[in-house]
Design a protein around this ligand. Structure first.
Ligand code: C5P
Length: 232
């Protein structure tokens, strides 16, 4: 894969003009863009459609989690937006993930369907407080294996987990990794960070990168610098 195609830029904004300007600025320099609950809640499917019309692959990060029939319906509705990737919560269970995988297969151009395992904002103590025993690493692995058995294409994970998941789940299971910081960028509120090159070395297929690009004085130059670093 061309190194720049690994980069999905997180458009975390409720301002459609800003999102579109960033997208236009970065076209050809990155693999795609990620739109999530912030864009979707503020701007709706029309906002997503406007971003999609830029012609770049879109990661629709809505993290569906509901009963199987409802998630299947949501995935079917999302297909109208023609995303390259979309996601669900693995903790919704095998039947829910199978329903999502089956619904995604109804598209002429099937999107990659990913599972969120354990949110990286949760600690071992947080898991215990919601009744999940064991540590986050084993819970992430358990849910990623369940996602694979349920027919999903990959998971969103931290780079910290990528190496073990790559070893357990094989070369074709997609690992999509946020929390990326080049060594020249501020860490912001991210704590468990890796550089783009480290994340790829650990097994990441796609890197979700927001502020190091979108918050830079020159977003296009920042994206190009990251792609150049990945090429080395
Ligand atoms: O600006 P930054 O590079 O930190 O943005 C990272 C993006 O990835 C944000 O959209 C954030 O919501 C998302 N994300 C994350 N950690 C996760 C899952 C998603 O940072 N575990």
């Amino acid at each position: 894969m061309k190194p720049s195609n690994r980069i999905f830029v997180a458009l975390d904004t409720t301002d459609l003009d800003h999102a579109l300007a960033l997208g236009r600025d970065l076209a050809g320099l990155v693999g795609g863009v990620k739109v999530g609950k912030e864009v979707f809640t503020a701007l709706g499917p029309d906002g997503v459609r406007a971003v999609t019309e830029l012609g770049m692959p879109v990661f629709l990060d809505l993290k569906f989690h509901d009963i199987p029939a409802t998630v299947a319906g949501a995935v079917r509705a999302a297909l109208a937006l023609n995303p390259y990737m979309l996601n669900v919560h693995a903790s919704g269970g095998a039947a829910m993930m199978q329903a999502a995988a089956a619904a995604s297969g109804e598209a002429a151009d099937k999107p990659l369907v990913l599972a969120v395992t354990v949110l990286t904002s949760l600690s071992d103590d947080d898991l215990a407080s919601v009744g999940v025993g064991g540590d986050t690493a084993s819970q992430v692995l358990r849910l990623a294996q369940l996602a694979q058995l349920s027919g999903l294409d990959g998971v969103v994970c931290s780079a910290r987990e990528a190496e073990a998941l790559r070893a357990a789940l094989g070369p074709d299971f997609k690992l999509v990794v946020p929390g990326i910081r080049p060594d020249w960028a501020a860490s912001d509120d991210q704590k468990r960070i890796t550089t783009p090159s480290q994340a790829v070395a650990l097994g990441a297929d796609y890197l979700v990168i927001g502020r190091p690009i979108t918050g830079a004085d020159n977003p296009a130059a920042a994206a190009k610098r990251i792609a150049d670093e990945l090429s080395r």
